[in-house]
Design a protein. Structure first.
Length: 372
């Protein structure tokens, strides 16, 4: 709770005139109505344990029919000796005829690899001799979309990722999938296309509308890549306002399949901060993964001129599955249920504290923006 109160105190947005950029400079750069919010708070994740995170979120532009663009940047240091930095850009240009998004994640941390498949994730014991290693990883995913018909976007996407495994435990070193799927050094260079139908009112925190998207990527030796494989991701999301504004029922169904010589580090995974939110990230991985989520979000109806109006909550139920084929094995399911606290740092821009329970598992997350 101290971190929540700190977030509330820091959440008053700075208008464009108060920024170092200055109002006229912002206008010259094509950035109007710039608002900045700094964040400093303790946090926790199953992978990093307790850590201190610092960063901020900036939003700009927008209009009657155009969502505000946003840029969230955070960096954290954990008590386990881990470090991470994340940057997430969601931007809208030319009256939302062009969209540019990007996600950058760079980290160096102690980690655990449980192997490929449901049984390994469920039954392999975590330990210094069985699953431990140190992971240095980076991910850069720019995504450019152009409106081709009302609500329909065609896009080009790139995915540059790398994983270096150090201090590999004996159990991980002996794992056949680790040995045959890239080993200690993996560099992926992927290029592909996307097709998206999007009627959401505010993509980063929708309260009505839907999204349907398909994204295909091919990985090869271009741009220093060392792997050859392909992936297909299908995503369906829907949002309905119930009773009043700020009371939202949402659901998501997402599937990812991979084929070819897929490295161990890039198999489809469940347990991230953006899906079930109840499992250690990377514990469950295989060629394909599917999950379904039902989530209810509620912003408390306190007077808008009070600090309490920034608070909200969320609850969710979900289920997921992984498998060795293009479609997962739905006879072995990973259930999840959770509850979360929301703090609005700007209009429709939230920081979330999520706690989830799963099958012999639990997880707690601190993140900018909603999970979906």
């Amino acid at each position: 709770m101290p971190s929540v109160l700190l977030l509330c105190l820091l959440a008053a947005p700075l208008d464009g005139g108060a920024t170092a950029m200055g109002e006229s400079a912002a206008a010259d750069a094509g950035v109007a109505d710039l608002k900045l919010v700094p964040i400093v708070a303790p946090a926790y994740s199953p992978e990093l344990s307790f850590f201190i995170v610092a960063g901020g979120v900036a939003t700009w532009n927008g209009g009657a029919n155009v969502p505000r663009s946003s840029l969230a940047v955070v960096a954290g240091v954990s008590i386990t000796g881990g470090f991470l930095t994340q940057t997430r850009l969601t931007s809208f240009w030319m009256e939302d005829r062009v969209r540019l998004a990007a996600f950058v994640d760079v980290r160096d941390q102690p980690d655990h690899y449980f192997g490929k498949g449901f049984e390994n994730g469920l039954n392999r014991p975590q330990g210094a001799d069985t699953t431990a290693y140190r992971r240095t990883a980076w991910l850069v995913t720019p995504h450019l979309q152009v409106l081709i018909r009302p609500s329909l976007f065609f896009g080009t996407v790139a995915d540059f990722t790398g994983t270096l495994a150090n201090a590999v435990s004996a159990g991980m070193a002996a794992d056949p999938d680790y040995q045959s799927r890239g080993g200690a050094s993996v560099i992926n260079s992927g290029l592909g296309f996307s097709l998206t139908w999007d009627t959401r009112d505010v993509p980063v925190n929708a309260r009505k509308g839907m999204l349907l998207s398909a994204q295909w990527l091919a990985y090869g030796p271009w741009f220093a890549g060392t792997t050859r494989w392909q992936s297909l991701t299908l995503d369906y999301r829907h949002y309905v306002t119930l009773f009043r504004e700020g009371s939202t029922l949402s659901w998501e169904f997402k599937h990812r399949s991979t084929w070819g010589d897929v490295p161990w580090s890039d198999l489809s995974q469940l347990g991230t901060p953006w899906d079930l939110r109840a499992y250690r990230w990377g514990r469950y991985r295989d060629a394909s993964a599917t999950f379904a989520l039902l989530e209810y979000r509620y912003m408390f109806p306190f007077p808008k001129d009070t600090i309490w109006a920034r608070l909200g909550a969320a609850i969710w139920l979900g289920v997921g599955a992984i498998g060795p084929e293009l479609w997962p094995d739905v006879t072995q399911l990973l259930p999840a249920a959770g509850i979360g606290l929301r703090v609005a740092v700007q209009d429709r821009v939230t920081v979330r504290f999520d706690f989830g329970l799963g099958r012999s598992s639990f997880a707690f997350y601190f993140q900018f923006l909603e999970a979906f």
